[in-house]
Design a protein around this ligand. Sequence first.
Ligand code: FES
Length: 63
Amino acid sequence: MADKKDRKDIICSCTGTTKQKILQLIDDGATDIAKISSATGAMTGCASCDVLIIDLLKEHIKS
Ligand code: FES
């Protein structure tokens, strides 16, 4: 339950990009911040979401 709510968290408030959307992109092969940005528009506004997106990439990319 907590995990479902967590996945709906907004990571980028400028574009409404959710954690779930970013995790889906990572699952689909996105490996860097530029791919996340081009797919969602995240970081095209104030760019304050960059650290959150970098953290998600670090946590979820399997090397
Ligand atoms: S919060 Fe992502 S660009 Fe502003």
